[in-house]
Design a protein around this ligand. Sequence first.
Ligand code: IMP
Ligand code: MG
Length: 172
Amino acid sequence: MPELVPVLRKSEIEARVAALASAISADYAGRNLVLIGVLKGAFVFLADLVRRLTVPVAIDFVRLCSYGSGTCSSGHVQMTKSTDMDLAGKDVLVVEDIVDTGLTLDCLVAHCLSQNCRSVKVCALIDKQERRSTAVKVDYIGCTVTQGFLVGYGLDYNEHYRELPEIYHLKP
Ligand code: IMP
Ligand code: MG
């Protein structure tokens, strides 16, 4: 049986999400903000984040796949669900659960820019820097983790553990 080692407790997640929401609310006051959540992993984080924002937002979702059923990016990112909204002239903030190689975000930022949005920034709950292979800029970071495969709070391993309210390191 794999072991689940706690990495981020409920109170810590709440504090990080609150800090992100307050920074985003200050930066986007008076703007035309569209949040784009990356399915499936970011759905819990996005849901908590929007309820702490003090600025109005529109919300859209995309689905990108790079993993299959393993714990390593295949290196090939595919957008299996694109944006539904018209992003032209909008201030887009991509909301991602975790950034690893950065390939997923690279692909998504390029997609947003191709839609002629006014600006694109990236918010990630977790920045995992050990395998970064792109220069993608993460503008808002909840916390940085150096290594390990994480599950819970939306993050999965093979579609398991998304429902856990806290974040764990999955040890094989
Ligand atoms: P990247 O394209 O390598 O940056 O990978 C980003 C995507 O891989 C994220 O959207 C996550 O869904 C997934 N991912 C990366 N690291 C982990 C992890 O530790 N646990 C669960 N999913 C992860
Ligand atoms: Mg994801």
